[in-house]
Ligand binder design. Sequence first.
Ligand code: GDP
Length: 513
Amino acid sequence: EEAPEDRPEDLKPRPPVIAVMGHVDHGKTSLLDAIRETEVAAGEAGGITQHIGAYQVKHDGKTVTFLDTPGHEAFTAMRARGAKVTDIAAIVVAADDGVMPQTVEAIDHAKAAEVPMVFVINKIDKPDANIEKIKQQLTEFSIVPEEWGGDTVFVEASAKKKIGLDNFLDMLLLVAEVGDLKANPDAPASGVVIEAKVDVGRGVVVTMLIERGTIRVGDAIVAGEASGRVRAMRDFRGEPLAKAGPSTPVEIIGFDSVPEAGEACRVVKDEKAARVLANRRTNRLRAEDLAKQHALTLDDLYARIAEGEVSELNLIIKADVQGSIEALADALGQIGHEEVKVRVIHSGVGGINESDVMLATASSAIIIGFNVRPNAPAAALAEAEGVDIRTYRVIYKVTEDVQAALVGLLKPEVVEEVLGQTEVRQLFKVSRLGTIAGCHVTRGKITRTSSIRVLRDGVVVHDGKLASLKRFNEDTREVLEGFECGILLDGFNDLKVGDTLEAYETKEVARGA
Ligand code: GDP
């Protein structure tokens, strides 16, 4: 029941869909608000007060669609579910702050998605704005402005003073034109769920971005496990709509349950067909759970290469210091393989976070942690999505593993099992003994024989054994979640309150076991 392919003559130009990304506080929300307000000032009907996840503006007679949830996390979360809605990433950099870690994340996420970028240098009203410095910083990421002979579009703006917004919209339309964005407005409608919620009084409210075709009130629809009929439809201003075409965000009432954001949504013949599809989808979800185990891992890399499924090994590197990243990227760059290209799609200093795991899911990447660990939400997400996180403390081990995996010779793996985590709450200096940490077991358990890793903001600052584990001054073999204990580490006294002590055990298993 898939809709037939579009014939070239049926394709009509459609508005571009823009996602705004960048470092926190650089002005993403302000920029989105400024553009929205300017449109109201320009005499468009109604005050736009509601947030439905996307809105549109008219500029020079053309339409631009903005996704209204800024940030690369939202962008990549959608992509991880298979949705590719964004045509252009607008990367906001504050002129007084420059390129920051999340700027780099946003760039890498946009690159991994192969979405063109437009840079907005915001806050140019600030006295300490330094536009040239930002352009200079970005050249390190192979981003070169047009006036320097490159091909990246830059605009200068102030969301606060509403400067440069027209130019920004001009440039977005220009980049969109190069992309030759088209869709068939006459096909059966399909799109992606942008937001979904239950609204008191209105029931299930779903914002859908139409990608193809035209949706009409009365159409039967299905999105994942949710189905229904379009009972009412409104645009982003809250105005009722009878129909809507490609790149239009619409708010739909009529679903029987709440679909997930990023879920594909489409119009089908009738409500019965919608229900059948939604049910079938419920069964398929179970199959997807199995498919998840097919996320790329180093262990099955060789088999996947042999099957011709993989021609690129995407890696994400997180490390304790920039120097390690450079050394690792260098070493990995030396690895040659006839059929497989090793590509570092993102790297950064700091612990492994959810955004890294999301990017790995969306790009079938493997995460390499060098002297860093995943935080709890990242570890949980990786487990659920089947993302392979490898942590190392020596550089040559990383290249050795990657090289071995490429030719199917990865050795038996030393797997570690994390037993639990404890948080350092108090410190007692005891002469001759050292520093005893008063700890609270926050997850799992800690045992006398476990290895201990000291984590400070996700970075491994020490790895070793326990010297003693006590409860109420008595030696004990293990302490469970929720309980307090006293810990003395073997040969490490440099603990701080707030450190996490991760207890783990290692054992050797055959690969693929
Ligand atoms: P976001 O975290 O990227 O969404 O950033 P916000 O839009 O919340 O902005 C962060 C702060 O910067 C707020 O206090 C804004 O008022 C301020 N801000 C945003 N744009 C500008 C600008 O163009 N000029 C100045 N001076 N301040 C701005």
